[in-house]
Write a protein that binds this ligand. Structure first.
Ligand SMILES: [Zn+2]
Length: 85
């Protein structure tokens, strides 16, 4: 095993800190056009789930599906997400 490699449990504290913040003011960068915007400024479409789109190029940034006691969140269209901790 690589001595520099750990499993995801090693960053549990960091992830808890990052995802327990106000997300509407987080700044996302679109993976398609490179624009940056606050999450609160994204375009949201509701259907079988939620799709959050870039207001500049319509790229699907975030998908959210909630079912029962689980939530699936995809960030396939987001290059980076900047949060204040
Ligand atoms: Zn875009």
């Amino acid at each position: 095993m690589d001595p520099l490699m750990l499993d995801g449990n090693a960053v549990a504290g960091l992830l808890q800190e990052v995802f327990a913040v106000e997300m509407t003011t987080a700044i996302g960068t679109c993976n398609a056009c490179g624009a940056t915007d606050a999450v609160g400024a994204l375009h949201v479409f509701r259907g079988a789930g939620i799709v959050m789109r870039c207001p500049h190029c319509d790229n699907a940034l975030v998908t959210i599906v909630k079912g029962g006691t689980h939530v699936w969140i995809g960030f396939a269209g987001v290059r980076t997400l900047q949060v204040t901790v």
